[in-house]
Design a protein around this ligand. Sequence first.
Ligand code: TRP
Ligand code: SF4
Length: 327
Amino acid sequence: MKGRILSGMRPTGQLHLGHLVGALQNWVNMQNEYECFYMVADWHALMSEYNNSENISKFGVDNVIDWIACGVDPEKNTIFIQSAVPEHTELHMVLSCITPLGWLERCPTYKEQLKELEQKEINTYAFLGYPVLQTADIILYKANVVPVGEDQLPHLELAREIVRRFHFIFKREIFPEPAAKLTQAPRLLGLDSRKMSKSYGNYISLSEKPEDVRKKIMTMITDPARIKRTDKGHPDVCNVFSYYKIFAPEKSAGVEIACKEAQIGCTDCKKNLADIIISILQPVYEKRRKLTENPEKIHEILRNGADKARKIAIETMKEVRYTALGK
Ligand code: TRP
Ligand code: SF4
C-alpha cells in the first residue's frame, strides 16, 4: 500500500517562484508515489490574518489554481479546503485537551513568529495552538508522511509527541506517528537578495505577466564589485547566478565561466535569465488561463476533494470519540 501524505499551505497571498521550487515541485513529484492530500489551510491563515481576512478564501481558490497549473493533478490527489471539513477543528479541540502549554510555548517557530509579526497582534490563544491544529490536519487522515521544509520540523516533532501522548493517555493506539520527509528545496532569495517575502514585495508571482517578469529580473542586484563590463565577476556572490543554479542548472557552468572571464555583461545575463523564467512559467500561464475561464471546474474539484477528505475524517473522529469519551 502507498504511504499517505498530507501537506498544506496557508492562503495568505499569491504564490510565487519560491513556492514553486520550495513546495509545488515536490508535491508534483510525490503524487505518483503516495496517496496525497493537499490542503488549503484557511483556518491557519485566519490565525495571523484575522484583521484582514476578507481575501483568505479568494487567495485559497487562486492558490489551488496555481497548484494545478504547476502540475498538481486533481485526479491523482485529494485537494481540499480545511474549513470545508469541520472535523479538523473538532480534533483540534480534543488534542488541545492533552497538549501541555509548555510544549507550545517552547516551540521555536512560535517564539520566532511572535517577534517577526509583532505588528500583527498574534499574541492570541489560537496562534499558540497553531501546531496543534496542524497535528489535527495530519492525523485526521492518519497520514504517515509529511513533506516539510526545515522551518516546519519543530511542528512535526510536536505532532509526534502529541500522538504519543494521545496513545498514552487514552491507552489505545489509533494514529501512526507522522514522519517528516525533509524536502531538499533550494532556498530562493528575493529579487533584492533579502528573504523572499510578501511584505517586501520582492518576488515573481506565478501569474506575473512576462513583461513584468522581465522588468523585475532586470532590477536584480548583481556582483557589486562588477562596475564596468570588463570587470571580472564573482558569480558566487550574485543572486542572479543563484537563480541560474535553481532554474537552469544545465546552463550555470557556462554562465559561471562567462561571468568570471567577463565574457558576458550583467544586463545580458539577466535578459537570458528572464527568458528562462518566462519559458518556465509559459505552460503555467496557459493552464491558469484555462482554469480561470472555467471557475465551476475548480469548485467541483474542491467539492470532490472535501467529500473524499470528509469521509475519512468522519471515520477518524468516530474512533477518536470512542477512544477519548468512550462513546
Ligand atoms: N504550517 C504550514 C505552513 O505554514 C501549513 C500547514 C497547515 C501544514 N497544516 C499543515 C503543512 C499540515 C503540513 C501539514 O506552511
Ligand atoms: Fe551575476 Fe551574471 Fe553579472 Fe555574473 S554576469 S555578476 S552571474 S549577473
